[in-house]
Each structure stands twice: as structure tokens, then as C-alpha cells.
Design a binder for this molecule. Structure first.
Ligand code: HEC
Length: 167
């Protein structure tokens, strides 16, 4: 697909959304609200996140763990797409074990993670645990909302904390 074509599609999509919004103004505010919610991270220009001071090596490790999380999420979704529920459950448990290890490390006095960060990490663990429990139902109507809860737990922490220096 050419870039121009894609650009046109986006513009057409915007126009269509605009028309739709005029037609159904009630759901329009809902669309706008969701859009605002989605932009809540990108609009963090006046950064109100709490900085966690980490040594360069700890910051590097933290980043590697995070990238691994995202990758795991993708592989879990892939397994669900393939309807390989056993693999999806196994990966979720593995992900959880990995995160538990991180959490245990983060609560060591040598690390600088504040208790509230650890609570957010624990909430993420609880959500992933629940997801692993629900996957064997093979019922996407139950799996998806729980998957959403896991992702919400990622986002909740990202809205609160940064490991970057504040300028
Ligand atoms: C308890 C807190 C917490 C949880 C839970 C959490 N993250 Fe993070 N994540 C962070 C912090 C802090 C950063 C660093 C943000 C910054 O300063 O750039 C980060 C950064 C990232 C990054 C960017 C890495 C980079 O290259 O800079 C990705 C990707 C990411 N997280 C994915 C995830 C995913 C996916 C989940 C859920 C499965 C998740 N995170 C859950 C705290 C968390």
C-alpha cells in the first residue's frame, strides 16, 4: 500500500468519523472521550510522572525487562489467535514468574523502587495470574476482558513512573 494511499485512507477515516459524529452526537462524545484516554500518555509533555532514580545498569536492565514484557504480550496474543490455549496459558505463567522475580528484586533495599511502584507491579501480577486462570476456559468473551485488565495494569504504572531524569 503506498504512503499516499494510506494517508488518504486516514483522511477519509477522519472525515467519516466527523460525519458519523454529526449524525450520532451522543456516541460522538464517547468516541472523543476514548480518544482522549488514549492520548493520556502522549500528552504527558508536562511530565507529571514520578522519577525513579536508577543506576545506568539498573535502568538498562529495567528497559530490557519492559521490552521483554511487550514481546511476551505479543506472543501470548499470537497463541490466542492460533487457538493454542495451552501455549497461551504457559506463556502467561512464564511472564508472571519473570515479573515476580523482578518484583522480588525491586523490593530489595539496594533498589530504588518505591512501595507504590511495587504495589502497581503486584497488581499487574494479580491480573496476569487471573488471566492464566481464565485462559483454559477457551472462551474469548472471558479471556479478552482479563487480557484488558493486564494491559490496564501496564498502563497504570506507565502513567505514574519514569526512570528518566527530569529536565
Ligand atoms: C510497576 C510498573 C510497571 C508495570 C506494571 C509495567 N511497566 Fe513498562 N515501564 C515501566 C517504567 C517505569 C518504564 C520506563 C518509562 C520511562 O521512563 O521511559 C517502562 C517502560 C516500558 C517500555 C519502554 C521500554 C523502552 O525501550 O524504553 C515498554 C515497551 C514497556 N514498559 C512495556 C510494558 C508492558 C507490555 C507491560 C505490561 C505487560 C508493562 N510495561 C508493565 C513500569 C512498568
Amino acid at each position: 500500500m503506498s504512503r499516499l494511499y494510506r494517508g488518504r485512507q486516514i483522511i477519509l477515516g477522519r472525515v467519516a468519523l466527523g460525519v458519523l459524529c454529526v449524525a450520532v452526537s451522543a456516541s460522538c462524545s464517547e468516541v472523543e472521550r476514548r480518544h482522549d484516554e488514549q492520548q493520556s500518555i502522549s500528552s504527558l509533555t508536562s511530565d507529571s510522572r514520578h522519577p525513579i532514580p536508577l543506576s545506568p545498569s539498573a535502568e538498562k536492565e529495567h528497559r530490557a525487562v519492559m521490552l521483554q514484557h511487550l514481546e511476551t504480550i505479543q506472543v501470548i496474543v499470537n497463541a490466542l489467535v492460533d487457538e493454542d490455549y495451552e501455549l497461551a496459558r504457559g506463556l502467561t505463567e512464564l511472564h508472571l514468574g519473570f515479573f515476580m522475580h523482578r518484583l522480588a528484586k525491586a523490593s530489595q533495599p539496594s533498589e530504588n523502587f518505591p512501595p507504590a511502584y511495587q504495589e502497581l507491579a503486584a497488581a499487574h501480577n494479580a491480573a496476569a495470574e487471573e488471566l492464566a486462570r481464565i485462559i483454559p476456559t477457551r472462551d474469548m468473551k472471558q479471556i479478552l476482558p482479563q487480557f484488558n485488565n493486564v494491559l490496564k495494569a501496564c498502563v497504570a504504572c506507565h502513567l505514574e513512573y519514569t526512570v528518566r531524569e527530569q529536565s
